[in-house]
Design a protein around this ligand. Sequence first.
Ligand SMILES: [Zn+2]
Length: 94
Amino acid sequence: MINVIGRKDRAPIRTCLGCRQRRAQQKLWRFALDNSGCVIKDFRGMHDGRHAYCCQADSCLQRFFKNKKGLSRAFRQQVLGFDEGLQGLFGSEQ
Ligand SMILES: [Zn+2]
């Protein structure tokens, strides 16, 4: 048996809050929570703290927006709303 624990050559895996599937972090959109409890885009990882992830697909995004409970859990803080700019993600599926 080869000991693989401690290897760092694998991409980090995150869970999509839309479909709950685990995927490579780079294939997911990243979101952060601003000071007012509003979910914002954080594709470049500019914000510190906790993040939530979602597949780059409309179907997942739709469920992501409805999953306020899951989002609040991911951020460990109550999610009060969504940034208007997030609407622009619909249809930008890659
Ligand atoms: Zn998904």
